[in-house]
Design a protein around this ligand. Structure first.
Ligand code: GTP
Length: 744
């Protein structure tokens, strides 16, 4: 023995928990028991030990003891062997001579087992079983038999010849170790795997195990005494059990069968073949070995196959779980296009139960155009190349909803390279497509908002700005980044057009009552201090589904030009173009207001008609332009003669009207008229000429001369004509026409 290699993985003995002396006692007792059993089963009639179990036990004990406990184990085994031989009647010398070859076998077997880890695979690899057999069974038996002949031959301890001794030793050791070593090694393997004794026992005591073991043992009991070639019959149940039972069950059965064979032979229940003694042992042991060894190898092969089968099933189950529960839409189809498997995600997204999907054509779940594309383009490519990538399709949910998908598929091929099935991954791109469409729409809207001439400002539900287009930037002077998050009213400063007072934030009122604020005109203050007139509209924005307010959009446009134009037009409509004085339209308006006031207050007003005297002559002599200028200067003179609250208007030609809205008496009006007459009496210097003009003035007084506009106008006109008739350059009151009063 060169070196005992510490086998780091052998842990059986190192954690038994037994005290060394107690363990030694157990080892010695076990060895003695098995040796004693073997001796007891020896067939004395033929002078041989049919099977020898102690060496298998010893090899296992040495294997599990490790390097440190090796000597103690060996000592215990020696003690056990000596005790058994002594008990069988051998003297000490004979016992020592018998024990020595057995110890040699144990050591050789144990050492060879530690050199190779094959024994751990014994239960699931026939090759490992074979290697273990010839290394730990055959070689030790050959060595032991040879050593026995060397030690015992010629000592008189045994009556057998050297050949007989070698044969009986070799065969007994070979059969006994073949029968027991696999059981011992299996128990060690199970113990290393953490399987307890109870679990092993529960597994062993099953109906099938007991029945098959009973069949094998019964075959031994029946066949050995009564049938020729009994081991042929024994082989059948043994092989049957090897195919059905676990390896541990089979090795236990092998050991029990060997025990039964040994017991049967010991009882003389075997009819030995009628040949010479040496041949008799061979013809007994070779068939027995042939009956015991193949079931062991077959059981390992079956265990291995079952292990592979279980691994395959686990793998298949794992793949099935992975397939069904992977968070992706998967389906598999056969060559006819029928769905054969589908993932949970696929079913959830399209809303189908699995039994409505499996077996149906995959194209049934596509809309019309997609079905055509699949059948005419994608499917032929898949069948030909075994692969298609990112085919854009539209699937139909159970409720009719459409789902945009990208389908990629890979074909499974048979041995001849033909596609027999394909696995498709379906990517739901509905949201992606929607997002793309929204992005395009958003871009278009952004361009539109940027291009639009009106300011467009979006706010959130609180009234804070969220978008601000370039027109708004131009009109307010704020940049979009400066205003986002600010209230509309703090950015868009608006004032009342007439009063100039700051206006409230219209977005806030729109958001509070949910109503549009339509076409409000206001003056917008630019950041640079300038202002412009705007017309703004505030519209609430609502969530299309819930109807809840989600913000507001304010739009306004610059209406400064239109506003100024309107004001100019309004002014032109009410004023005389030549003199800038109010015209008849405005006069009527003011007269109406003055009459209302006078009626309410009980006051008086006067309406004066003024007509230039002989103006035609000036026109004719000096020209129309001079006449125009004269009219302008005369208008200024009249204006200078009245108060700011009075209205001077030109009716047309050389006719003027003065409205005095508040007078105390008619004399007040006469005073003003005289003042006017005095004013225009001054010469006007126009174009180098000095021109003299005068007015004929007719006056009507409210309420004495009339109570409405038309009457007052008519009567003032009448009075004016009277003034003309009376010689011009004077004034006449209407109410004094009959009395001749009112002359200056
Ligand atoms: N330069 C100028 N002349 C005007 C304008 N409108 C009217 N006239 C002239 O004013 C004159 C008015 O003359 P009348 O009021 O009819 O007669 P008159 O010469 O003033 O004489 P009496 O009124 O009777 O004192 C006409 O010759 C018109 O052609 C105007 O806008 N500019």
């Amino acid at each position: 023995m060169s070196e005992w290699k510490e086998e780091p993985q052998i842990t059986a003995d190192r954690d038994t928990g037994l005290q060394p002396w107690w363990r030694g006692l157990v080892v010695a007792a076990g060895c003695a028991a098995l040796a004693g059993l073997s001796i007891a089963l020896s067939c004395r009639e033929v002078g041989m030990a049919t099977l020898w179990y102690a060496n298998a036990f010893g090899a296992c004990c040495l294997l599990q003891s490790g390097r440190r406990g090796w000597w103690a184990t060996l000592a215990a085994l020696t003690g056990g062997l000596l005790f058994a031989n002594g008990l069988a009647g051998a003297d000490l010398r004979a016992a020592v001579l018998y024990a020595a070859p057995n110890l040699g076998e144990m050591v050789l077997g144990g050492w060879l087992l530690t050199r190779s880890p094959d024994w751990r695979q014994i239960h699931r690899s026939p090759l490992a079983g074979w290697r273990v057999w010839w290394r730990a069974v055959l070689l030790p038996a050959l060595s032991g038999a040879t050593l026995a002949v060397l030690l015992l031959g010629g000592t008189g301890v045994t009556p057998q010849s050297a050949t007989q001794l070698w044969l009986t030793w070799f065969e007994g050791s070979l059969i006994g170790t073949t029968a027991l070593l696999p059981l011992g090694l299996s128990l060690l393997v199970h113990r290393e795997g953490g399987e307890g004794v109870r679990s092993l026992a529960r597994h062993l005591v099953t109906g099938e195990t007991v029945a098959l073991m009973g069949l094998s043992v019964g075959t031994v009991v029946l066949a050995l005494p009564h049938l020729p070639f009994p081991f042929v019959y024994l082989g059948l149940p043994m092989l049957g059990a090897a195919m059905r039972l676990r390896y541990l069950d089979v090795v236990l059965q092998v050991w029990l069968v060997s025990l039964t064979v040994g017991a049967t032979i010991a009882r003389g229940g075997l009819t030995l073949p009628p040949v010479h003694g040496d041949w008799q042992t061979l013809l007994l042991h070779v068939p027995l070995l042939a009956a015991l060894l193949p079931p062991l190898l077959l059981a390992a092969a079956m265990e291995s196959a079952r292990g592979r089968q279980r691994a395959l099933e686990r793998e298949r189950e794992r793949l099935r779980q992975l397939y069904e529960h992977t968070p992706a839409m998967l389906h598999s189809i056969d060559t006819e296009g029928r769905i054969v498997a589908v993932s949970q995600r696929w079913l959830e997204r399209l809303g189908y139960p699995v039994d409505e999907v499996v077996g149906r054509q995959a194209t049934e779940f596509l809309d019309g155009p997609s079905r055509q594309r699949m059948l005419q383009q994608a499917w032929p490519v898949l069948m030909r190349t075994g692969e298609i990538r990112d085919i854009e399709l539209r699937m139909v949910c159970r409720d009719g909803q459409l789902v945009d998908v990208l389908l990629s598929s890979t074909g499974e091929r048979d041995a001849r390279g033909r596609v027999v099935r394909s696995l498709a991954i379906v990517e739901d791109v509905t949201r992606k497509r929607l997002a793309e469409q929204l992005a395009v729409q958003f871009q278009r809207m952004s361009v539109m908002l940027a291009s639009i001439g009106d300011a467009v400002i979006g706010t959130d539900e609180r009234g804070c700005i969220v978008s601000f287009n370039p027109a708004a930037v131009a009109m307010t002077g704020w940049s979009a980044t400066q205003v986002v998050g600010q209230f509309y009213g703090t950015v868009v400063h608006r004032r009342d057009l007439d009063s100039g007072e700051p206006l409230l934030d219209p977005v806030l009122s729109c958001l509070s009552d949910g109503h549009c604020v339509n076409g409000q005109a206001a003056r917008l203050q630019h950041r640079d201090g300038s202002s412009r007139v705007i017309r703004e509209t505030i519209t609430p924005m609502r969530d299309p589904d819930s109807g809840a307010l989600i913000g507001a959009v304010a739009t306004f446009q610059d209406t400064t030009t239109a506003h100024e134009l309107a004001r100019t037009l309004a002014r032109q409509a009410q004023h005389d173009a030549l003199t800038g004085l109010p015209n008849r339209l405005l006069l009527q308006d003011r007269l109406q207001q003055a009459l209302q006031l006078a009626r309410r207050s009980g006051g008086c007003l006067a309406l004066m008609f003024l007509d230039l005297d002989h103006f035609k002559q000036i026109n004719d002599r000096q020209g129309h332009d001079v006449g125009d200028e004269l009219l302008r200067q005369v208008a200024g003179s009249v204006l200078g003669a009245v108060r700011a609250s009075d209205t001077v208007c030109r009716l047309g030609g050389d006719e003027f009207v003065v409205l005095l809205p508040q007078i105390g008496t008619a004399e007040d009006a006469a005073e003003v008229a005289r003042h006017i007459l005095g004013g225009v009496a001054q010469p006007y210097r126009i174009g180098g000429a000095s021109l003299h003009v005068s007015f004929s003035i007719g006056i009507a007084v409210f309420p004495d001369d009339g109570e409405d506009e038309a009457t007052l106008m008519r009567r003032a006109d009448t009075a004016m004509y009277q003034a003309k008739r009376d010689g011009r350059n004077g004034l006449r009151f209407h109410h004094a026409l009959d009395t001749g009063l009112g002359a200056p």
